[in-house]
Design a binder for this molecule. Sequence first.
Ligand code: SF4
Ligand code: SF4
Length: 133
Amino acid sequence: MNAIEQIFSCQRCGFCCQGETTVSLDEHDQRRMVLCLGRDVEEVRERFWRVTGTVVQMKTVGGHCIFYEEGCRVHAGRPWRCRQWPLHPSILDDELNFRIISESCPGIRAEIGYGEFCRILRLIMAETDKIAC
Ligand code: SF4
Ligand code: SF4
C-alpha cells in the first residue's frame, strides 16, 4: 500500500463531479485535455469549456461536469485539481476542513484520525507539489 492508499481510496461515487461549476483549468490542463480528446482546441473550447474572462472551467450538464458519465470520460486528460482531490492542502490548516472534505468524499480514510492523516499527507506533499490521486 503506497502513501496515498493509506489515506485515500476512491469509491467512484462521482460526488466530486457534481454541481453547477467545476474546477478551473490552467494552461497545462487545457493543453493536456485537448491532446487527450484529440480534437481541435477551438472545438474543445466551444463544446466543453465555460470561459469567463481568463477563467476556463468545464461546462456542466444536468448538474454535473460535462465529462461525468458513470465515471470521468476524460480521465487521462482531467485537470490537476481533479487529480488532487480530495487531498487538498487546506486539510492541514484546520481539522474542520478535514471533516468537511471527509463528509463529501467517502474515499477519505478518516478512521485513521486527523493527526495520522496529516502526517501522511505532509509526507506526500513533501515529495510533490501536485498530488495526483
Ligand atoms: S474522489 Fe471521493 S467524492 Fe470523488 S469519486 Fe472518489 S470517492 Fe467519490
Ligand atoms: S474532469 Fe472528470 S474528474 Fe474532473 S470534474 Fe469532470 S468528470 Fe469529474
